[in-house]
Design a protein around this ligand. Sequence first.
Ligand SMILES: [Zn+2]
Length: 327
Amino acid sequence: MYDVSRRSVFMTAAGAASVFGLSRPIELIGSALAQNAAGTPKAFHKFKVGDIEVTTVYDGLWEKPHAPNFAKNASLDEVKAALIAGGLTDAYVPVPFTVTIVKVGGRTIMFDSGTGGQFPPAGQGKAGLLLESNLKAAGIDPASITTILVTHYHPDHIWGLMAKETNAQIYPNAEIIVPASEHKFWTDASVFTKLPEAAHGLPKRIQATLPTWKNVRLVEDNVEVVPGIRSVGTNGHTPGHTSYIVSSGAQQLFVTGDVTNIPALNMRHPGMNLVLDTDSAMAEASRRRIFERAVAEKAVLTGYHWGIPGAGTIAKDGAGYALVSVA
Ligand SMILES: [Zn+2]
């Protein structure tokens, strides 16, 4: 049901370039090159959007083992074909973690926090703990981070906020800004009746940490959360999943979190509904809405699972979209 023709291979090279840390889009990526590039990803990438200094920082690659139900409306063979068409391996789903950092108005603002080396769980593939060393490589002192904006409460996005054994804060001096709707979902007692028991570990840990921290601020949808940055609801991946728009004059950076997973899957195929999304229909509608807006407004986007550079403009590509990486 998904078009993974040779034309797709050609058109998705930009997305593949971003996943593999190439410095710019190329028209066709050979699998041998892809494997080499995947083995030596860049630690970070710096670029500007207007006056905004943007750095994307790599926090490792999750070699996610295949699961037959990973896409709700596509077979495992179709998922593998989409990976191959994107220039990726099909031995597993290669899911990078990438943190976006901007410097605006004297603040250093980080979006989400990396995995803290605590994700994925044992036995579900390997990842890494690269954020700390790659921040250093990028010349960013973690102590200089004034503000952390959170897109949603999945482990790979918030466990970098808390120490493994003690849950102690990693960034006690930063203001942590979170979507109110996301916070409410995970901290309400009803979450335990909404999720199967095997999934209760996440809300338990959330409830033991974020609501007790004094430096957490809840923000509503579609408000200016700090000067120059607005929240925009992109719900569906989780109930309160939120993106952020950083503005510099007419130039905009959309930090889209998990609006998509890797570009070769649900950016190229926006109707491919992955099991990672809580509400597939809502997630797909949010994805299409923000991509259409990004195309119309010529915004630059970053995505948490887009690798390095992990940023670019979005181009319509048949029934889907392609990422045209920043230089
Ligand atoms: Zn994620």
